[in-house]
Design a binder for this molecule. Structure first.
Ligand SMILES: Nc1nc2c(c(=O)[nH]1)N[C@H]1C(S)=C(S)[C@@H](COP(=O)(O)OP(=O)(O)OC[C@H]3O[C@@H](n4cnc5c(=O)[nH]c(N)nc54)[C@H](O)[C@@H]3O)O[C@H]1N2
Ligand SMILES: Nc1nc2c(c(=O)[nH]1)N[C@H]1C(S)=C(S)[C@@H](COP(=O)(O)OP(=O)(O)OC[C@H]3O[C@@H](n4cnc5c(=O)[nH]c(N)nc54)[C@H](O)[C@@H]3O)O[C@H]1N2
Ligand SMILES: [Mo]
Length: 764
């Protein structure tokens, strides 16, 4: 029996080994609320859908760049030796670079990879491609693209996401928490880089004990932890901006707004006020107007507005709200509503994004640097906004707008993905499949036969985190975890680092890429850099050998806690915001100057492209939230996730009234469809789902009934077959997964077998 210290995005743990195999996992001893997801790891590690050896799509092996690309996702794969695979990849990278330049190589490789900071797959790839002369990158994230683009314009930085008011200040001061998108314990299972303690539930229970009241604004009652006894308000999805406007209007009309705060700390309130009160367009955005859009009674909105003004109120808005059409607006309007209340910068007041979206939000930690692998610099400077990948592949050379820039899509010949799963994360998978046929070559490193691996030309089997040594750390967590190798590589898998080192050697950039270090030397080096940085902040870390022998470091929480923008509030002249005015920009001259009708100069209610206010053939709003039983599509093959399925399909929750209207019962298999595609799912009836809404978590592995055919039925329930691939606006170009209408019906006849977890050669 061995006990090996390790960590994952879902928390630190100990792996138990016997006879060279992982036989169990136990959470880190000091973790008060370990994530159930952790228990999937041993099964996933040895699952038969691990990629066992390097594999090349038959057509590509035969014809290379001239292959029939419609064979992707359909053709058989041929096993090749590592020697052959590495030569194929190296030669192809050299060819594309010479023939088309480095910008023709797409290495954005968006995705969560694993928690270790050295073997972080995407960073490994990008470091390698930078040594090779660069690549086309992706900026921002699927998580929070609209937020990352809009906040710097209105607040000068992204502290509202990265450095929110600490839980302790909320417990001690907040009387009312208004949570748009809810606040629960499902999503804080996870933190990029991992966490030594899951503290969100710990704190939520203390907030409740301290007497704080919660209003949960969400389509799902379960979005907010039931022990909070929240008041549940369920507006139509994507109408939160109208709701916030209705609240702001009440505050101004009843003279409950904080004029002094608006005058001293904000710019442009007058322009916004003219819109809010309707003096510019004749339409006051009052509670009655908001009721018509949101479906929430006007009196409820007025009462809530008064309560917010009379209390120390914290507004939190989950990331989910900005993953909808015009997703910039809910974030801008959150800040504006908090400014109208005048509590920004006060303990327990104001706003903060994503409490409950990610584990570390609200944690008080010392700002120590995590031991990240440097990715180097990209000489091409070529990039796209993260979610515009299909647009880019389909429209090389086409112009588009992004955050005030007029840009042009590059012409991609080769895609290299390492540590992400676009056939999980991207919207409108049928459109992605046609775009995916454009490049000449697609290379993927994956531990498992995900849909992305199945749609590649060359698949290299990567180790998982348990098969190598690493360091787990997150800037939001006060633990640093030694991730010690538990078992040798499974099958023929190799570390991404070793794969890139071998290709780099072939390309003559070996020394550049490795700097002459092996795994252990890199860990020591990255740790020492972080240790030196910590020392400059008077934080002592033990030497590497002590850290490694102990298995972790715990850094005490800081004596002082953070209150978002307290310094600015205390002295706005000495601590101006990094906006053009130095103030909170309720009206932004910069954004107004872009002239975007889909993102005007102040927060505005803009109708989403698809929503319950304008239904046609597809009358139900699909919410594809993050899954409770896995991280995105990771470990969907293991029982923790599969036990949640219904007749093997991803569960879809709907209101019993919507079920009854369609003759659908709990446990049925249904066809969920719209003009973009169709999937099967298994029914849960739940009166905690707003009428007119259906909820199907993201992450079921795409499983086409007819592999390779655009428009095939997905047997398993990947919501991105149904979502819309369009940017939030010309400002952020973020993904809009949460704006999609669908219809559902009972699926009659025998349900087709699930084949997502078999690997590509099992069928036919
Ligand atoms: N409809 C809908 N779509 C969404 C969302 C939604 O809410 N609804 N959410 C969006 C959001 S917020 C996000 S962040 C994205 C997430 O999208 P992704 O981050 O792409 O999803 P993951 O499933 O985490 O993919 C990570 C992949 O890395 C692989 N991997 C893990 N470790 C290693 C390694 O060491 N080496 C290599 N080579 N590979 C490794 C895993 O097997 C997995 O396939 O999805 C987005 N898509
Ligand atoms: N267990 C688990 N935890 C995770 C992840 C995971 O895959 N699994 N992924 C992690 C990642 S990458 C991210 S980015 C975060 C994301 O964190 P979030 O974006 O907060 O997560 P979601 O689950 O997509 O959405 C939360 C809830 O918002 C509600 N919602 C959606 N649209 C609207 C709307 O228009 N209005 C209102 N009022 N509510 C709406 C939905 O009911 C949904 O359940 O989660 C992280 N945590
Ligand atoms: Mo995310």
């Amino acid at each position: 029996m061995g006990k090996i210290r390790h960590s994952a995005h879902w928390g630190a743990f100990t792996a138990e080994t016997r006879d060279g195999r992982v036989v169990g996992v136990a959470p880190f001893a000091s973790d008060p609320h370990p994530a159930p997801i952790l228990q999937a790891m041993p099964e996933a590690l040895y699952h038969h859908c691990r990629v066992a050896e390097p594999m090349v799509r038959a057509g590509w092996l035969e014809s290379g760049r001239n292959s029939d690309r419609a064979g992707r996702g359909k053709e058989r794969f041929v096993p090749v030796s590592w020697e052959k695979a590495l030569t194929l990849v190296g030669d192809e990278l050299a060819r594309v670079k010479a023939a088309h330049g480095n910008a023709a190589i797409f290495g954005g490789s968006y995705g969560w990879s694993s928690a270790g900071r050295f073997h972080h797959a995407k960073t490994q790839l990008q470091r390698f491609l930078n040594c090779h002369g660069g690549f086309t990158a992706q900026v921002h994230s699927y998580s929070i693209a609209a937020g990352l683009a809009i906040l710097p314009h209105i607040l000068g930085d992204i502290q509202g996401i990265r450095n929110v008011t600490s839980w302790r200040d909320i417990r001690d001061n907040t009387q009312l928490l208004v949570a748009f998108g809810g606040i629960g314990t499902k999503n804080p299972q996870v933190q990029p880089g991992g966490s030594g303690e899951h503290s969100t539930q710990f704190w939520l229970r203390r907030l409740k004990a301290a007497g704080m009241a919660v209003v949960s604004v969400a389509p799902l009652r379960g979005d907010t932890a039931d022990f909070l006894d929240a008041q549940w308000l369920a507006p139509r999805p994507n109408t939160d901006v109208a709701m916030m406007l209705g609240i702001a209007h009440t505050l101004v009309a009843e003279d409950r707004h904080d004029r002094a705060f608006l005058a001293r700390y904000c710019i442009g309130f007058e322009r916004f006020e003219a819109y809010l009160m309707g003096t510019d367009d004749g339409q006051p955005k009052d509670a009655g107007w908001a009721a018509g859009i949101t479906g929430i009674d006007a009196e409820i909105l007025r009462t809530l507005a008064r309560r917010m003004a009379d209390s120390r109120t914290m507004i939190t808005t989950s990331y989910a709200l900005q993953r909808g059409d015009h997703g910039e607006q809910p974030f801008w309007m959150t800040v504006t509503l908090a400014a109208v209340l005048g509590q920004i910068g006060l303990p327990g007041g104001g706003f903060g994004f994503g409490y409950g979206s990610m584990q570390a939000q609200g944690n008080a930690v010392e700002p120590i640097a995590s031991p990240d692998l440097p990715a180097g610099t990209n000489p091409t400077r070529s990039f796209i906004p993260v979610a515009r990948i299909a647009d880019m592949l389909l429209n090389p050379g086409a112009p588009y707008d992004f955050n005030g820039q007029r840009r042009t899509y590059p012409d991609i010949k080769l895609i290299y993905w390492c540590g992400g799963n676009p056939f999980h994360h991207h919207q409108d998978i049928n459109r992605l499949i046609s775009a995916w046929r454009r490049p000449e070559t697609i290379i993927v490193h994956e531990p498992w036969w995900t849909a992305t691996a199945r749609h590649a030309d060359i698949v290299l089997p990567a180790t998982t985190t348990l098969e190598r040594n690493d360091i787990g750390a997150s800037s939001g967590d006060r633990f640093i975890i030694a991730m010690q190798q538990a078992v040798p590589p499974v099958g023929g898998a190799r570390n991404d680092y070793d794969i890139f080192s071998a290709i780099a050697e072939r390309l003559g950039i070996g020394e550049n890429f490795t700097e002459g270090r092996d795994e252990r030397e890199w860990l020591r080096h990255l740790y020492d850099v972080a240790r030196q940085q910590a020392a400059r902040r008077q934080i002592e870390m033990p030497d590497f050998d002590t850290f490694w022998a102990d298995g972790h470091i715990e850094i005490p929480p800081p004596a002082t806690h953070n209150v978002l923008y307290a310094g600015f509030r205390a002295d706005p002249a000495a601590n101006p915001l990094k906006t053009p005015s130095g103030l909170i920009e309720i009206f932004s001259q910069t954004i107004d100057g872009f002239g975007y009708d889909d993102c005007p100069g102040h927060p505005t209610w803009l109708e989403p492209v698809e929503w319950l206010g304008a239904v046609g053939d597809y009358p139900l709003h699909l919410i594809s939230q993050q899954p409770a039983t896995r991280l995105h599509a990771q470990m969907d093959c293991a029982s923790v996730s599969r036990d949640s399925k219904i007749q093997g399909r991803e569960p879809i929750s709907l209101n019993p009234a919507d079920g009854a209207a369609r003759g659908i019962a709990a446990g049925d298999i249904v066809r969920v469809f719209n003009a973009r595609g169709e999937i099967l799912a298994g029914v849960i009836l739940d009166d905690g789902v707003r009428e007119g809404v259906v909820c199907l978590a993201t992450g079921a592995w795409y499983d086409p009934a007819e592999p390779g055919r655009i428009g095939s039925l997905d047997k398993h329930g990947n919501p991105n077959v149904l979502t819309l691939d369009r940017g939030t606006s010309r400002l952020a170009q973020g993904p809009i997964a949460h704006s999609a209408l669908v219809e559902i019906e009972r699926f009659e006849g025998p349900a087709p077998e699930i084949t997502a977890f078999t690997g590509p050669n099992a069928q036919g």
